[in-house]
Design a protein around this ligand. Structure first.
Ligand code: NAI
Length: 296
């Protein structure tokens, strides 16, 4: 099977560096017309220049592909909508959105300013919502679309010093969980990637030999797959890094049923059974889970 994106239009946000660059290059090499979005700037989101996006557009064009740059920030409503407008103006539509743009403002919670907390949420969570919100009606109207949220094991499992980032990165999973239900019947599929890659975001957190193993080009094929027509999964969280590819899911324990009006002492007396995960169920929607709670 050869996965192709001919006649598909893709937006990759934050495509001027790291993972976004790899995603954009791969999609373009397989025939997609790509909007390379990146306002430039430092790892913490400060500053900006056109060079990052321009360089990736030049790389795509040099390899015979089609791409246009866009320098808007995902973190504001109007500029995020303009990213989608760029795709429509240049290529007539949008089929694929890879919400990849990201920044870091790490600090332990007690030292973190609320400005830094909010700005990280704005870029990762609201930015993903803004761009998807502008693209979704186009996809819904033509009954085709693929949306990727970029999550992180930091949000899924927790990481010291990243309360803002972790909240945002699990937030996009919540966004995916609900949006995939709204998109499913229109063939608009929404999945998440929790990548592991040696980029400027992570290069000073790991020894150079580990960074070398974590080539972002090893994540891009997983992302390209969930951007493809062949992908029939929706609402899944994939993880990829260093040649490892897997799926992350959550499960709910079998729990217990306590009669009458249980007291806090009843909870304390049964806590071992309440936290027991030896038997688990995977619910696909919140109503499925509520139904199970009511069933007994
Ligand atoms: P990176 O720093 O190399 O790339 C991020 C890109 O996003 C930069 O080019 C930056 O200019 C752009 N960007 C920042 N603010 C933006 C905004 N407001 N609008 C549009 N673009 C903006 O970092 P990397 O590692 O490639 O990260 C890509 C995504 O993957 C991020 O969402 C990050 O949180 C996520 N991620 C990365 C992991 C890793 O191991 N590198 C692990 C888990 C998640």
């Amino acid at each position: 099977m050869s996965i192709r994106f001919d006649n598909r239009v893709a937006i990759v946000t934050g495509a001027g560096n790291g993972l976004g660059r790899s995603h954009a290059l791969l999609l373009a090499s397989r025939g997609a017309s790509v909007v390379v979005n990146d306002p430039g700037g430092a790892r913490d989101g400060k500053g900006g220049d056109h060079a990052a996006a321009d360089k990736v557009v030049a790389e795509i064009k040099a390899a015979g592909g089609r791409a246009v740059p866009n320098y808007d920030s995902v973190a504001e409503r109007d500029s995020a909508a303009n990213i989608v407008k760029t795709a429509v103006d240049a290529f007539g539509t949008v089929d694929i959105v890879v919400n990849n743009a990201g920044i870091l403002r790490d600090k332990s919670f007690h030292n973190m300013s609320l400005d830094d907390f909010e700005f990280v949420l704005k870029v990762h969570l609201l930015g993903s919502a803004y761009v998807s919100h502008a693209a979704f009606p186009i996809m819904r109207a033509k009954s085709y679309g693929r949306i990727v949220m970029t999550s992180s094991n930091s949000g899924i499992y927790g990481n010291f010093g990243q309360t803002n980032y972790a909240a945002a990165k699990l937030g996009v999973v919540g966004l995916m969980n609900a949006l995939r239900l709204e998109g499913q019947k229109y063939n608009v599929f929404v999945n998440s990637i929790a990548p592991i890659a040696g980029t400027r975001m992570t290069e000073d957190l790991m020894p150079p030999e580990i960074v070398k193993k974590l080539d972002p080009d090893l994540v891009a094929p997983m992302v390209a797959y969930i951007c493809s027509e062949q992908c029939q999964h929706t609402g899944a969280i994939f993880t990829a890094g260093a040649g490892y590819y897997s799926t992350i899911e959550y499960r709910e324990g079998a729990g217990i049923r306590l009669p009458g009006k249980p007291t806090v002492d009843d909870i304390a007396g049964n806590i071992d059974r309440i936290v027991d995960m030896s038997s688990m169920t995977r619910y696909r929607t919140s109503s499925e889970e509520v139904g199970a709670a009511l069933a007994g």
